[in-house]
Design a protein around this ligand. Structure first.
Ligand SMILES: [Zn+2]
Ligand SMILES: [Zn+2]
Length: 140
């Protein structure tokens, strides 16, 4: 009991990383590195992973499979987003104004055409983020 409470107290730090204004899901490794940059918040990778597992079980955090070998995490309260995933650095940027939500008539058309009732969708877009494409340009 004592130990699990201690773990949950530290989980607040994991939550604070996910609660930053930029809406961007992060991997356990990214969260670990971010917390480690300050000695006051540094914690072991196992603790970070355990916190994420616990927070996911509690429904506070959502684990997202973006087709990479690592899971990405974001606050459940942030709602539905689709992502653009960078081939080079693996960063995930949300697509704001998801085409599926914006073009509802188009979605209705698809449902009619295929006689398929769409419940959910996941849009994964792969390419290069601005930081990586700038670095590549500099290298040339
Ligand atoms: Zn990148
Ligand atoms: Zn969407």
């Amino acid at each position: 009991m004592e130990l699990s409470l201690k773990i949950l107290a530290r989980c607040d730090l994991v939550l604070s990383v996910l609660n930053q204004p930029e809406i961007r899901p992060k991997t356990a490794r990214e969260i670990f590195y971010q917390l480690r940059s300050d000695s006051a918040t540094a914690m072991g990778f196992t603790t970070v992973s355990r916190c994420l597992k616990r927070l996911t079980e509690l429904g506070i955090v959502t684990a997202i499979d973006l087709g990479k070998h690592e899971a990405y995490y974001e606050l459940a309260a942030k709602g539905h987003h689709d992502y653009m995933i960078c081939d080079s650095c693996g960063s995930a940027t949300p697509v704001l104004g998801c085409p599926f939500h914006v073009h509802r008539e188009k979605v209705a058309e698809i449902e009619m055409k295929y006689k398929f009732e769409i419940r959910e969708h996941k849009l994964l877009v792969f390419g290069n983020c601005i930081t990586c494409s700038d670095t590549q340009k500099d290298a040339q």
